[in-house]
Design a protein around this ligand. Sequence first.
Ligand SMILES: Cc1ncc(COP(=O)(O)O)c(C=O)c1O
Length: 385
Amino acid sequence: MTDINSIRAQFPHTKKSIYFNVASAGPLSMESFNILDKHYKICLDARIGSQVEVFDALKNIRRSGKKLFGCRAGEIGFGFNTTFGINLAAFGLPLKKGDEVLLSDVEFPANVYPWLELRNRGVKIKFAKSRNGFLDVDAFEQAITRRTKVIATSFVQFFNGQKIDLKALGEVCKKRNIFFVVDAMQGAGCEPINVRKWNIDIATAGGQKWLLSPQGSGIFYVSDETKKILKAPWRSWLGVDWKCDWTNLNDFSRKFESSAQQYEMGTYPAGHVLAFDHALSCITKLGISNIQKHNHRLIDRLIEYLKSEPTWQIVSALEPKQRSSILSFTTDALPIKSIHRHLLKNRIVTALREGAIRVSIHLYNDESDIDQLISCLRQAVRESK
Ligand SMILES: Cc1ncc(COP(=O)(O)O)c(C=O)c1O
């Protein structure tokens, strides 16, 4: 996977359906499947050895994660999903009774439920108010009080694809001495992110969507400065370095890694780690800016049609700074559920989210996919008249 124009051939699903639903679940490439297949054949034959290759893959993941997030490799850890990093933040940051955590009222629940649990410790959870589903930095600023200790937000909103201005919000957090936690799930792999430049303390993303990896893989970032303050809410025997020598395990004197590895959790899902390493390295080699350009160019084509047909209303932000690889639209003229079903019958997979059709576009999509979607939407409009 090195050239974005030849990538399609490496995703067998493109021969069966038009897939615009990576924001729900990312497809695997043939190569990732082969890696998993090879690994599980080894398991079937009971040929699992010291697993040096898994630990090498973890090292690569940290290197790729550094490119993906714009940080140091020692600030990247392997998590099983987005939730892993959110829990690390919620239960590891120094929060006490009376402190406030600021979320928004349009967050994906993965970035809400772990924080709500802190209410049991007397921490107050507040929600910045969105307008028509959109958030701006002002909405967060207005809700900040002197007790606000954490702001936690998604990079890209799951239902309308709005990209939050993390740079501006990071500056607010830095000025007010507030921890800044980012759920990067819907942006990591398709929108450039720079955690260090944007003053982010903790970021987290599952691998199962835009990073085209198996469910049960993911990465998190903890800045070196935050590591000094973050108290690990759990400890793992693999948080210390055994150098892949498993012959003297009753040595309890080892020190925890100073890298983000110290926050990881027990035995790794080996097959997932290997496939995740492969996909992540392909995506970072392709370059997130190149992927973004490709995705946005295709979305432009769809926007042009949607704007030309009064039946549809785009519910995503169209300002360049707020756009992502997700575009959602709705209609008052037709039942939206029937549009979703009509597309599915024509093998076009989208998602229905908060009353709108959500189209999520990634590197294996091309112009012909968009044209088929448009032609199907035209048909629905024609039939309704
Ligand atoms: C913004 C966002 N965060 C997180 C998740 C999922 O969290 P996890 O990877 O922990 O299942 C999703 C979607 O499933 C999402 O849209």
